[in-house]
Design a protein around this ligand. Structure first.
Ligand code: PHE
Length: 340
């Protein structure tokens, strides 16, 4: 009997239940009514009287030891399971919404603009961001000493002053005219670069979208009607446009295009600086010399071009006051735009 007690003591000493099931196995084996310790108590009845005191003490010691082991592990396992439960998924809970990203406002506005011009038959033409002097300047009639070529505005490549980051998407006009035959109807969205200090109103890079239409008998009224349609589709049916004379080396005549102020409806407010009009783009009839530079017969064909800043249009549309927000990637800003 003493041997059994010693054996059980050693076994219990060594046990290490990891979970409730193993603990219950332990309880059933030693502590339950039919467990080994109960069997010992049964057997105790036939222990000779003179040994009863010593053996009885041993069995009680074993029983207490088993009890305390049981309680100790019960505590351990239940605290362990509690902390496990915290990370356990409750399958009956409603699912946690999966957070997807939102579309960038510039992307949304760009696509909205494209969609409107696509209805008028324009397709997309793209060109490189790293351009040569010919496509960015010379073919577009920028004189040799035009200030836009100056280091102030253009990022030139150090080793080769003939290569620069394009300063406008008009470079794609040139590339398109060089490779396609009229009629041409293209839209060129893309990133452009200018060497400017970064402020709320200026950045060293931004996005433009350029339009070009070349055909026989194209005139200013085609330009005006195209832009009026765009303005009313994009900003609303009540929108009016006006053209003011301006200058670009590659268009003649050149204009600046304004829309009636969206905020005050033309009455005058802070946004339109009390003029009732807000500038949205530059445009004009492609200079015949530019057509010739690109291999298009200027006696047969004429065309118009326009170019707008996507940031500017987006700022007008959403009343955004700081250009830097577009490139800071702050989700609190970006999350606000889902569709146009
Ligand atoms: N490229 C001009 C700019 O960046 C915009 C423009 C495009 C003007 C097409 C006229 C025609 O300011």
């Amino acid at each position: 009997m003493q041997d059994k007690i010693n054996q059980y003591l050693a076994e219990i000493e060594a046990i290490d239940p990891q979970n409730k099931v193993e603990l219950e196995d332990f309880r059933l084996k030693y502590l339950s009514k039919k467990g080994l310790i109960s069997v010992l108590f049964e057997d105790f009845k036939i222990v000779p009287n003179e040994q009863k005191k010593a053996i009885g003490a041993e069995i009680n010691k074993l029983k207490q030891f088993a009890d305390s082991k049981f309680l100790e592990f019960q505590d351990l396992i239940s605290t362990k399971e509690e902390s496990d439960n915290e990370s356990t998924i409750d399958l009956s809970l409603p699912p946690i919404a999966h957070e997807t990203g939102t579309r960038h406002p510039l992307w949304l506005v760009k696509n909205r603009i494209i969609e409107i011009f696509e209805r008028m038959g324009f397709s997309i033409a793209e060109g490189p961001e790293i351009e040569d002097d010919w496509h960015n300047f010379s073919a577009l009639n920028f004189a040799e000493n035009h200030p836009a070529r100056d280091m102030q505005d253009t990022f030139f490549v150090n080793l080769n002053p003939d290569i620069a980051l394009r300063t406008h998407t008009s470079s794609v006009q040139v590339r398109t005219m060089e490779t396609q035959k009229p009629p041409i109807r293209v839209l060129s969205p893309g990133r452009v670069f200018r060497n400017e200090a970064i402020t709320a109103r200026a950045h060293c890079f931004f996005h433009q979208i350029e339009g070009l239409y070349i055909n026989e008998n194209v005139s200013v009224k085609d330009l005006k009607q195209t832009l009026l349609y765009f303005a009313q589709e994009f900003f609303g049916k009540k929108t009016q446009i006006r053209m003011r004379p301006s200058y670009f080396p590659f268009t003649e005549p050149s204009v600046e295009v304004d829309i009636s102020c969206q905020i005050c409806g033309g009455k005058g407010c802070n946004v339109c600086k009390h003029s009732g009009w807000v500038e949205i783009m530059g445009a004009g009839m492609v200079d015949p010399q530019v057509l010739e530079n690109c291999g298009i017969d200027s006696k047969k064909y004429a065309g118009f071009a326009f170019g707008m800043g996507i940031e500017r249009i987006t700022m007008l549309k959403y009343q955004i006051k700081d250009l830097r927000l577009f490139s800071e990637n702050d989700v609190r800003f970006l999350r606000q735009f889902h569709h146009v």
